[in-house]
Design a protein around this ligand. Structure first.
Ligand code: GLC
Length: 436
């Protein structure tokens, strides 16, 4: 058997093995991710020099490719302090972060051996920016995620560079050459940085077969058996990545992560002042937690590596809230349906503590319907005040549980979102009988 055939055979077997990973093994592999709830996304690249759309600005013709690439000379990373980044990320309450190792523009933030287009070779930064980031995160006990764009609008063998070329139908020489480069760069990242999470992007131009996504996934599993891979690898990922749209009803997939910007831009854009308030972001985080997902909140450092003060402020206020309410956030699972409580809620892993998230100032007592459990204790999370629960409408002849009312006094309210914990007499049980 030829070496190439043997290799292909091996990869097919490995792909099959990866596809057949037992649920319990995947559950364990996904554990840290399921418990983390909050991650910080970081879009950092030469686009921060002019403060323009990452990669898309030249793709969409807002400036020429040549002018876009002139930003290389202005990217200094002169005040890059990855330890300070890691401290801020920790302070926000995030448990992992994801940095763009290479965006669609093809500029690598590490010293890739496979191309000259890196911040190391082509910018005044002149050094690897990924390694120090990974080290700083790990020193703080944070998980390391690396974003990598499959498509590369700078590579001479990638057809969308000029946009005058169409898909490579039948041009397998160039496509194979590109795929070799593509898997080579992913291999470099895996070997050098051993990320806990591969956050891929830009798989939309080609099918899974064309990308050889199955083989790539098998290869990653072989290199890093515990690594988690996001969905943007044509069906071979571990979890879904809704983007910018807060899900209305709980997504069907077991694991998911909503990624959003703090203003309207992924990378740094000085002109974009449309920041969300900490309150708006905390409520989005609460929505994710209540539906069993994660929030990946994006920041865009400037070209020198400093983080704009508005973004620092958001992360700090987020941190105040997550620290106070940690028991209602980390390791929790989706809450009860809104038919039972008109608001977001979450459950502890053993399902016997129910957390109710209360926006603003409630005009009257909270109400829970259809709760079969007895409530052993109710208190305000992060404050400790015990609350009374009042049950009305419980009839001895009816199986429908009574209505639970809980008064939340004004003085215990959190300026953002207040959390009420209910310790139940066992795993939550809801009345579901449709007959009456
Ligand atoms: C989209 C955009 C990209 C951005 C990403 C973040 O795929 O193409 O610019 O980095 O979303 O999720």
């Amino acid at each position: 058997m030829k070496l190439r055939t043997m290799l292909l055979l091996f990869l097919c077997v490995a792909a099959l093995a990866a596809a057949q990973e037992p649920d319990s093994v995947k559950e364990r592999r996904m554990q840290w991710f399921a418990d983390a709830k909050l991650g910080i996304f970081i879009h950092w690249g030469i686009y921060a020099v002019n403060g323009i759309d990452e990669s898309w600005s030249f793709y969409n013709g807002l400036l020429t490719y040549e002018d876009y690439m002139k930003q290389l000379t202005g990217f200094t990373a002169s005040r890059y302090d990855p330890a300070a980044w890691a401290r801020l990320i920790t302070e926000s309450g995030a448990r992992y972060a994801v940095l763009t190792s290479k965006h669609h523009d093809g500029v690598a933030l590490w010293d890739t051996r496979l191309s000259d287009l890196s911040v190391v070779k082509k910018t005044p930064a002149a050094r690897d920016l990924i390694g120090p980031f990974c080290d700083a995160l790990r020193a703080q006990g944070l998980k390391v995620g690396l974003y990598f764009s499959h498509l590369d609008w700078s590579h001479p063998d990638y057809p969308h560079f000029t946009r005058t070329e169409d898909r490579y139908v039948g041009d397998s020489v160039r496509w194979n050459r590109f795929l070799e480069f593509h898997s080579g760069q992913i291999g470099e990242i895996a070997a050098r940085y051993r990320p806990d999470l591969f956050w891929f992007d830009g798989d939309w131009d080609y099918s899974a077969a064309e990308w050889r996504a199955g083989e790539m996934r098998a290869q990653i599993t072989k290199w890093l058996p515990r690594a988690i891979v996001n969905s943007r690898i044509n069906g071979y990922g571990d979890y879904d990545t809704p983007e910018q749209g807060v899900p209305i009803t709980p997504p069907q997939s077991r694991w998911w992560e909503l990624c959003i910007t703090t203003n309207d831009s992924w990378g740094y854009q000085g002109n974009d002042r449309n920041y969300k308030t900490p309150n708006q972001i905390i409520r989005i985080l609460v929505d994710c937690v209540s539906m069993g997902g994660n929030l990946l909140l994006d920041i865009g450092p400037k070209e020198d590596g400093t983080i704009p003060p508005e973004q620092v402020n958001i992360l700090q206020e987020l941190g105040r809230w997550t620290r106070k309410h940690r028991e209602a956030v980390y390791g929790t699972r989706a809450g009860i349906p809104k038919d039972y409580f008109y608001g977001p809620s979450a459950l502890s892993k053993d399902r016997s503590t129910l957390f109710l998230f209360v926006d603003g100032q409630p005009a009257g007592p909270l109400l829970i319907k259809g709760l079969k459990n007895r409530i052993n204790r109710a208190w305000v999370v992060g404050n400790g005040t015990k609350l009374e629960t009042k049950i009305l409408m419980r009839q001895y002849w009816s199986r429908i549980p009574g209505l639970v009312y809980i008064d939340v006094p004004r003085q215990v309210l959190d300026p953002q979102v207040t959390v009420i914990a209910l310790l139940l007499d066992g795993p939550v049980e809801l009345y579901t009988d449709k007959s009456n």
